[in-house]
Design a protein. Structure first.
Length: 443
């Protein structure tokens, strides 16, 4: 069979084999860490915390941490503080000249920005750590240790745990199959899938009114949503570029027509990650005050099925899609490169006119792409309203599905590139696997 032959070819490539084994070992370290409970915490007293993370925004936060949040693990804060810090640094790159200069300095500037991102991640963790412990104390009651040294030591452990996850992600990027931060999140999502699937099956088959039929209908709809997510990730609009003929000596260069592929969803999954990080802010605010916890306004942001939460979430996704597309696609630079290589878009003057044309095309395709992205992102809320369990509904769209689709496509694309580079057949008979842009690992 072709699949078996492909696996054999993958195993024959020593470098690829080492990268896959390294990735598996690092992932096992991460998964083991999600079950290491904070020193001083009784695992038997976490029933209330697990009930709290069984639905709503807390469930999504627990999913991103691979279950570490509900386990009161040393990895409980997960990788999201690093993503939040990356958002802030990106925003500063648009607002402050100093950070704009660093973005233009190439590799040295990127290293400096990464250093600032790490410092900011530590600062965020030192704020989120005590917040998590406050919430943990509320859920555990009298079983929670009350001494100051426990709070200080646990905050340090939680901070170190998240930084260690970030280090694991970087090692997967450098020595594994790439996109380490994305892959860490993917592993946390996939870890919840088997349990969610079994629970949904048991719940449906326990009902007498067409339970199994409803379960099969859910699976069909899930496959449909996955197909829509793949189209969103891979959709492109091509701009024709004509290169002028040049004669150098006895050789002729140029004259051929090529195409610039502009993705409908250039930003990839990053707008949802950005928006989700912002939507986690109410959790921190509620954790500091019991009055906030009882406020209807803040409660509306804590329920993932509420209109307020989904409306704000969708608007943030659209805005972040435009923001990330603006910092990723540089029409002026593209027009300049095209002009330098004697290329032009038929019917459009080189230079500023070309840049304006590319910018207008990007604006046209970004709007429907961002709206479609927002619809897919809030799809789990509609799934819950339709009667699907809260845990299984997270796989019907939203961050989890798009991360899963995007990272899997990226990983398959990298594996295929190793195979093609060594003259083996790719993973597919026809065409090549298209990855996505806007990888989390880019940070």
């Amino acid at each position: 069979m072709r699949a078996i032959e492909t696996i054999k070819n993958i195993w024959k490539i020593e470098d690829l084999r080492k990268r896959i084994i390294t990735t598996i070992l690092l992932v096992l370290v991460y998964r083991a860490g999600t079950y290491v409970v904070l020193p001083g915490i009784d695992p038997q007293a976490l029933a209330q915390l697990r009930a709290q993370t069984s639905g709503g925004l807390m469930q999504l936060l627990d999913m991103f941490s691979g279950g570490a949040f509900s386990n009161a693990s040393i990895f409980a804060l997960g990788i999201m503080p690093y993503i939040t810090a990356s958002i802030v640094i990106q925003l500063l790159g648009m607002a402050l000249p100093y950070f704009q200069k660093l973005q233009r300095e190439g590799e040295s500037g990127r290293r400096k920005l990464n250093q600032y991102t790490r410092y900011l991640t530590v600062l965020i963790l030192l704020i989120q750590g005590p917040t998590y412990l406050v919430n943990l104390r509320v859920q555990m009651g009298s079983a929670f240790p009350t001494d100051l040294m426990f709070t200080i030591s646990s905050t340090i452990i939680l901070t170190a745990g998240s930084m260690f996850i970030m280090w694991l992600g970087e090692r997967i990027t450098d020595r594994g199959i790439g996109n380490g931060i994305s892959f860490i999140i993917l592993v946390g999502i996939i870890a919840r899938l088997p349990k969610s699937l079994v629970q949904e099956f048991v719940m449906r088959t326990a009902t007498t009114a067409g339970g199994l039929v409803m379960f099969l209908a859910e699976i069909v709809f899930l496959l449909f949503v996955i197909a829509a997510a793949i189209l969103l990730v891979q959709g492109t609009r091509k701009i024709p570029v004509q290169y002028a003929k040049r004669v150098v000596g006895n050789k002729q260069y140029g004259g051929a027509r090529q195409y610039i592929p502009l993705k409908v969803n250039t930003a990839g999954v990053m707008p949802i990650i950005f928006a989700q990080a912002i939507m986690f802010i109410p959790i921190a605010i509620v954790g500091f005050s019991a009055d906030n916890a009882s406020s209807p306004f803040w409660q509306s942001f804590m329920r993932s099925t509420s209109f307020t939460y989904n409306f704000v979430f969708a608007i943030l996704i659209i805005l972040f899609t435009y923001f990330y597309t603006a910092i990723t696609i540089q029409p002026n630079q593209m027009a300049e490169d095209m002009k330098r290589n004697n290329g032009f878009i038929p019917g459009v003057k080189p230079g500023k006119k070309t840049a304006a044309y590319i910018d207008s095309i990007m604006s046209r395709i970004t709007l429907p792409g961002s709206i479609f992205l927002a619809i897919v992102a809030i799809m789990p809320a509609f799934a819950q309203i339709a009667g699907i369990s809260a845990e299984f509904s997270q796989f019907f769209g939203g961050t989890s599905l798009l991360i899963l689709v995007g990272v899997v496509l990226d990983t398959l694309q990298q594996i295929e590139s190793h195979l093609m580079m060594r003259h083996y057949d790719g993973l597919l008979k026809s065409g090549r696997i298209k990855g996505r842009s806007g990888s989390i690992a880019a940070y």
